[in-house]
Design a protein around this ligand. Structure first.
Ligand code: NAI
Length: 286
């Protein structure tokens, strides 16, 4: 089994920054690629803020020392020498397919693994556009990445055993997380169960059955959930929630996965949850 020695991450948003952070905290050298200089700066600021927070809470000795292991770049070529690249860009199949084609050209190490953090896009669609589908798999982290222990490993029908073993060793032995193995089906294990639950909460609110606060309180106090479905949708991002629901609906054609109109209208309005400052609740925009 080859072991991962350095990591590339594409996208330095909510998830990409988290994946870069946990990889660098595990002692790995990390290169992150963003789509523009402005996005790279925002990503770097996101990383710094998270690491400073960890340092001030006593969970990390030196944010600076970890930051030294992370470079944020804007050209994909910066990933040429990476042993593992994790893609964490927008949840859009066409955009991800295009990126995987380009990664296949750019990443030169013959046994490099090309992974996607996608929540719902079939890994096969990304694998087959590369010359090395046996080295493509899903490594699906959970938000917030530095906090949540779970990672879903998603080999496609063409992924090699060795790729899955190397990826498992990366997430478990290096990052200290727990992994579960899932079939290459939209939503994997967690979102296939969680997304219909969130959509039911949105439909309940949309129909006027109960307020957002009461729905969330109901689940927190009555079912011991750490947060209710609408607060959770705000945390995930309403655009991401809608995109994942659409992929699930596309895959299974079950009404329970169809995004409710209210969710679509909120996304159109730019009400994306915590990241935009307003979703089902209002937040101080950081
Ligand atoms: P986000 O919108 O916070 O970040 C996406 C980042 O990718 C942005 O900073 C954007 O500038 C960058 N980007 C877009 N196209 C790019 C390109 N071609 N090259 C380089 N950078 C590019 O989105 P988020 O929430 O981080 O989601 C990313 C992925 O992770 C999606 O596939 C999503 O489904 C998945 N995911 C999201 C979770 C969540 O709770 N938000 C949980 C688990 C997976």
């Amino acid at each position: 089994m080859t072991s991962v020695e350095n990591v590339g991450v594409v996208g330095c948003g909510l998830m990409g920054a988290g994946i870069a952070e946990v990889s660098a905290r595990a002692g790995l050298d990390v290169v992150v690629v963003e789509s523009s200089q402005a996005a790279a700066e925002a990503g770097r600021a996101r990383l710094e803020a998270s690491l400073q927070r960890a340092e001030s809470r006593g969970k990390l000795d030196s944010a600076q020392e970890v930051l030294q292991r992370i470079r944020v770049e804007t050209e994909l070529d910066a990933l040429a020498d990476r042993g593992l690249v994790v893609e964490a860009i927008v949840e859009d199949e066409a955009v991800k397919v295009d990126l995987f084609k380009r990664l296949d050209q750019v990443v030169t190490a013959p046994d490099a693994i090309l992974a996607s953090n996608t929540s719902s896009i079939p890994i096969m669609k990304l694998g087959v556009v590369t010359s090395r589908p046996q080295q493509v798999l899903g490594i699906h982290f959970f938000n917030p990445v530095p906090v949540l222990k779970l990672v879903e490993l998603v080999p496609s029908l063409l992924t090699s055993e060795e790729t899955t073993t190397t990826a498992r060793s990366f997430v478990e032995d290096l990052l200290g997380k727990r992994s579960i193995l899932c079939q290459d089906r939209a939503g994997f294990v967690v979102n296939a169960l969680l997304v219909p639950f969130i959509l039911s909460g949105i439909r309940m609110m949309e129909s006027g059955f109960a307020s957002a606060e009461d729905i969330d309180q109901g689940l927190v106090l009555g079912a011991a959930h750490p947060q209710g479905p609408l607060a959770l949708a705000d945390l995930i991002g309403l655009d991401t929630t809608k995109a994942v629901a659409e992929s699930l609906y596309e895959e299974f054609k079950e009404p329970l996965y169809a995004p409710p109109p209210l969710l679509a209208r909120m996304v159109d309005a730019g009400l994306l949850g915590r990241k935009s400052g307003r979703g089902f609740y209002t937040y101080d925009k950081k």
